[in-house]
Design a protein around this ligand. Sequence first.
Ligand SMILES: [Fe+2]
Ligand SMILES: [Fe+2]
Length: 190
Amino acid sequence: MLLFREKVGPDWLPKVISNLPAVLVDHAHLERKAATTALNLEKYRDLFARVGELNAIAIEELQHFQLVLDLLKKRGIPFGQPYPSPWISGLMRSVRNGQRHQVIDHLLCCSLIEGRSCEKFQFLAAGLKEKEPELATFYGSLVESEGNHYATYLLMAREIDEAETSRRLDFYLDLDAQLMRVPNPLPMLH
Ligand SMILES: [Fe+2]
Ligand SMILES: [Fe+2]
């Protein structure tokens, strides 16, 4: 179902597993940003009819955020500063201006971010099974939700303009592949 053209690098999972406290803080911010992003999409005229669905996504992401905060508390990890993600800013930098172009690009970026989260949470669920079964179950429990967000954002874009969405999806899948090959030594999800 995920359309990616580049695999997650082999160094990503070991890096993340050996830095779990920092990764959990990064994950908390990721869910917080996912909630605010769903609300930000409500500014587009083409999405006025979808405001209820976007609110539902924002609520779900806020619940994920709270679940990660609960995990931080339980593990005595302080909530701290987010790292900026070069992959996310690389995608977002290419969002074009102008209502129709902007909403499609913005939705596609959101879709790819959700899709990569879905994929990486699956890897984490498998990779943490032995040493961190509680976290493995937690990541496994988020996979379906992030996968649904990936599909919902992609469908929203297609319903606004099918042909333009296909053209831009092709562009964004190449951009994602290119950005995925840039090494990032920081302990973060994206
Ligand atoms: Fe989420
Ligand atoms: Fe999500």
